[in-house]
Write a protein that binds this ligand. Structure first.
Ligand code: PEP
Length: 244
């Protein structure tokens, strides 16, 4: 399968930041993997315009489960699609923590994303306390079961394993720990979506940077990365793209 380098700009970036996109595309006009950047919603349309005709896909960072209505400050999947997005990150641990998002809500958002023609990039991951307590597989298994709707396919769904304690900390699990979780996620998907699971891309996320990308990408069942901080600079993200 074609691997995926996905970047999450989080609440970073203004119009001037699109210079990084131009630099990325100039340096990597025909990458060997798929490239996706998810800027703040305010930049989706501008980034999509800048990426038009290039190898870069653009995505949102969240969407509301409803298509429209009285939900001040929220953005629907249709709006993201209309602005030029092809994907949306859902259930990121910062959304789960900051906004109390449940698995059921993430599942509803994924259904809304599919209805709008977007790929749902669904995030799962354990906290440090849960890992220390030996609960990692139980936690990510429950998140996967609860957050991924029936009807997931290799084309409409990407799963990102992001240990909460590895996000923005510079710490990463061992390669064996990543392999264990990714193998478990593949097996869980196979049980539920037997014909699709082998093609669903499983991204690792959490402190991926140019210096560790190649070794992480060599791990079995790692089909790409979801990158936070290192996606903001073209040089860093480009180096990760080149490692895939
Ligand atoms: C993320 O938040 O999706 C992430 C992986 O962040 P970072 O790469 O900065 O750890």
């Amino acid at each position: 399968m074609r691997k995926l380098a996905a970047g999450n700009w989080k609440m970073n970036g203004v119009a001037a930041s699109l210079a990084e996109v131009k630099a990325l595309l100039a340096a990597h006009p025909a990458p060997a993997c798929d490239m996706l950047l998810c800027p703040p919603a305010t930049l989706v349309a501008q980034m999509a315009a800048a990426a038009k005709g290039s190898a870069l896909q653009v995505g949102g960072q969240d969407c509301h489960p409803k298509a429209s209505g009285a939900h001040t400050g929220d953005i629907s999947a249709q709006m993201l699609a209309d602005a030029g997005a092809g994907s949306v990150i859902l259930g990121h641990s910062e959304r789960r923590a900051d906004h109390g998002e449940s698995d059921a809500l993430v599942r509803a958002k994924a259904q809304a994303a599919w209805a709008a023609g977007l790929v749902a990039v669904i995030c799962v991951g354990e906290t440090e306390t849960q890992r220390d307590a030996g609960q990692t597989l139980a936690v990510v298994g429950a998140q996967l079961a609860g957050s991924v709707p029936d009807g997931a396919t290799a084309a409409n769904t990407v799963i990102a394993y992001e240990p909460v304690w590895a996000i923005g900390t510079g710490r990463t699990p061992t390669l064996a720990e990543i392999a264990e979780v990714h193998g478990f996620l593949r097996a869980e998907l196979s049980g539920r979506f037997p014909t699709e699971a082998a093609g669903v891309r499983l991204l690792y996320g959490g402190s991926v940077k140019p210096s560790n990308a190649a070794e992480i990408f060599a791990v079995a069942d790692v089909d790409g990365a979801l990158v936070g901080g290192a996606s903001l600079k073209a040089a860093d993200f480009g180096a990760i793209v080149a490692a895939l």
